[in-house]
Structure formats: C-alpha cells, structure tokens
Ligand binder design. Structure first.
Ligand SMILES: *Cc1c(COP(=O)(O)O)cnc(C)c1O
Length: 365
C-alpha cells in the first residue's frame, strides 16, 4: 500500500526522545526553548511560542492580537475545520470569502466585499503549501486597519521572494500534527515580530501565569504547553527539513511532468516567485477526464494507492457553520473545487518505483 502520508522518522528522533525520557525533565523545558530559538530564526521572525497543537496555536494567536466576542474574522471556507473553529473559540464570527480557482487560496477581491465595521482580522490559510497573495492582502489589511493572522500549518518552509511562511501576517501559526511536513505527533507554534503578541501568547499558553512573580495569574489562559519530548523530536525533524522539502518538490515536479500530459487532469499551479512546499500535491479532475473523481479514487485504491480529498465539503456547508445562515451557492469556486480536488501521495518516503506506480496507474486508467 502506498500511503497518502507517512512521517519521515529515523533513529535520530528515537534517540532524542529516549534521551529526554532518561533525563527526567519531560515537560516544557530546555528543549522547547531551543526549538523556539531555531524556529524563529528559520521563519525570519523575532519570536516563536511553541504550543501543543496547531489548533491551540490558532486560538493563542487570535487571543494575542485581541480578537474578542462581537468581532468578525474573514477567512476561507476551503480549509481544515480548525481554522474557522479557532475563530469561534475566541468568541468571534468566521466570515467566509471565496477562493481562487488556480491556487485554492482566499481571493483578495472577495475579502474586500466582506469587510464591515465589525471586521477585525483576516485569517489566511497557505493551503497545500503555497502562500496566499500577500501583496494584495497586505494592502487590503493596511487600508482597513485589519490584523492578518497567517495559518501556515501546511506551509512550513514555503517562500515568496525568499521570505518564509509564517512571516507574512502580523502573527503566524504552524502545526506539527502527524501528517504535516515535519511532526512530533501533535504540536504547534505561533511566530511573530511583535513583542506584545509574543508576551500575550506566552501567558495564554500557561493559564495567564506571570513570568515575574511565581504564582500571579494576570489573564485567562489555557494549558497549551508543548513537552520536551515533543520538542526533542521536532529538533531532529527540523535538521531534516531541507531534505524533506526538497523531496516533496522533486516528487511534485515529476508528477506534474507526467500527469500534465493527461487530458482532464489539471496539475497544481505554482505562482511566480513562490516556493510551494507541497504539503499536498493536489490535482483537479475536470469534466473531460474519463472517470469521475470517485471512480478514480476507487481504481487507485484497488491498485494499492491511497489518495485524499481535501476538502470534500467547504466549511460553510458543514452543519456546524450552516447555523450562521450559509447555504449552497454562497461560495461557488470553493464548492466547485471541493468536487474536483484529489491529493496524491507526495511525501519523502516515496521511492522512484512508488512514483512510477502512481503515474502508470493513472495513465492506464
Ligand atoms: C493541520 C491544520 C490545522 C490544525 O492543526 P492541529 O495541529 O491538527 O490542531 C489548522 N489549519 C490547517 C490549515 C491545518 O492543515
């Protein structure tokens, strides 16, 4: 079976975790600090606050920039549910704006239509590993005095003009869940250049506990701490990030070269001056393809190739968000793409034979 995702783990991770277990210091400590320093340097931001999931990181980011009940946050309906749920966790309302055909990312023009007096922030998502159009989004945010929160959970290492994912918003968010490009099982991080946001994030991570005096709590917080077990594993993953990203890009390049020739398949678009890190390699199945997407999924599965549909239902059509009055037809691009997208395995564990097997299977179909 060729899996849709598989963590890239070697003996280095196993040894690093074992060392932490033997040390007896297993909760948040020196390893987390070390990770935060390395990660901030990598992203080109001043501060990193490690937490225990991407969802926790989103919640922390929203709180730190001051999102509160009564606020609106504009985001994409074509994302993982955590993006929009975190807005609800902060007591605010997710206001969806439709996406672009070619990149699957939020469409800046559609953001403009949704801005009202209640709008406080834009939560962008760098879907599948490619950055949003931050030149346009930045202009809109500045003009309307909005904060940009960048959900870069799928885009670690992605670049535009050499600038790294996570650094485009006022605050950026990462996830280290098992399927992400680098992982520690569950984990997350907030990155920012803003000292105030960084301080607030640290408080939020630990019950609002002050750094200054040992047992003074100055605001509401949660237990969102990362452990040294997770951080030790991540530090090893981090050493491999360039290999992991390079492999993903190479695999994607090979797919695009081969699959681009097949009628009815649209290969992923890479925007100018962008480094797409291919968290997902996502093709579109067009009308003139021989099979429906579901038939293709089944055929590939019969041949031992697992695929993924991210996402089969845009968020505004999920029961949970329909309560806000959204309905079919509200975001036609997201709705259409949700019926066309198919993600193929692109992870660094794939061998040349695996890649050929996937291409051959689709070609024969
Ligand atoms: C994975 C992911 C998250 C949430 O991360 P968890 O670590 O699973 O909580 C949020 N947003 C996007 C776009 C993601 O892909």
């Amino acid at each position: 079976m060729i899996q849709i995702s598989k963590p890239f783990i070697g003996k280095e991770e196993i040894e690093a975790v074992t060392d932490v277990l033997k040390s007896g210091n297993i909760a948040q400590g020196q390893k987390v600090r070390e990770l935060e320093e390395k990660f901030a340097k990598f992203c080109g931001t001043k501060y990193t606050i490690a937490v225990n999931s991407g969802t926790a990181a989103l919640h922390t980011a929203l709180n730190s920039v001051g999102i509160k009940p009564g606020d609106d946050v504009i985001t994409t309906p074509f994302t993982f549910i955590a993006t929009a749920n975190s807005i609800l966790m902060a007591g605010a309302k997710p206001v969806f704006a439709d996406i672009e055909q070619d990149t699957f990312n939020i469409n800046p023009e559609k953001i403009k239509d949704k801005i009202t007096k209640k709008t406080k922030a834009i939560m962008t998502v760098d879907l599948y590993g490619q950055l949003c159009d931050y030149e346009e989004i930045g202009k809109i945010a500045e003009k309307n005095n909005l904060t940009v929160i960048e959900d870069a959970c799928q885009a670690i290492g992605a670049e535009f003009n050499g600038k790294k994912a996570g650094s485009f918003g006022d605050i950026g968010v990462f996830s280290f869940y098992a399927t992400k490009n680098i992982t520690c099982g569950e984990g997350g991080a907030v990155v920012t250049n803003n000292r105030d946001y960084a301080d607030k994030s640290k408080l939020f991570r630990q019950h609002g506990r002050s750094n200054m005096s040992t047992y003074d709590y100055i605001s509401l917080g949660y237990n969102y701490r990362m452990t040294d077990i997770q951080a030790a594993m991540l530090l090893e993953q981090f050493k491999k990030i360039n290999i992991i990203t390079k492999k993903r890009i190479e695999n994607a390049k090979y797919f695009s070269k081969e699959l681009g020739k097949i009628k009815g398949i649209t290969i992923p678009a890479i925007k100018k001056n962008n480094k797409h890190v291919f968290h997902q390699y996502t093709i579109k199945i067009e009308k003139d393809f021989k099979l429906s997407r579901e038939e293709l999924v089944n055929k590939l599965s019969e041949k031992g190739i697992s695929t993924g549909v991210y996402y089969p239902k845009p968020l505004h059509l999920c029961t949970h968000f329909k309560k806000f009055g959204y309905k079919e037809g509200d975001f036609p691009v997201a709705e259409k793409l949700s019926k066309q997208v198919l993600s193929l395995p692109v992870h660094p564990n794939l061998s040349k034979e695996d890649l050929n097997c996937i291409v051959d299977a689709i070609r024969k179909i």
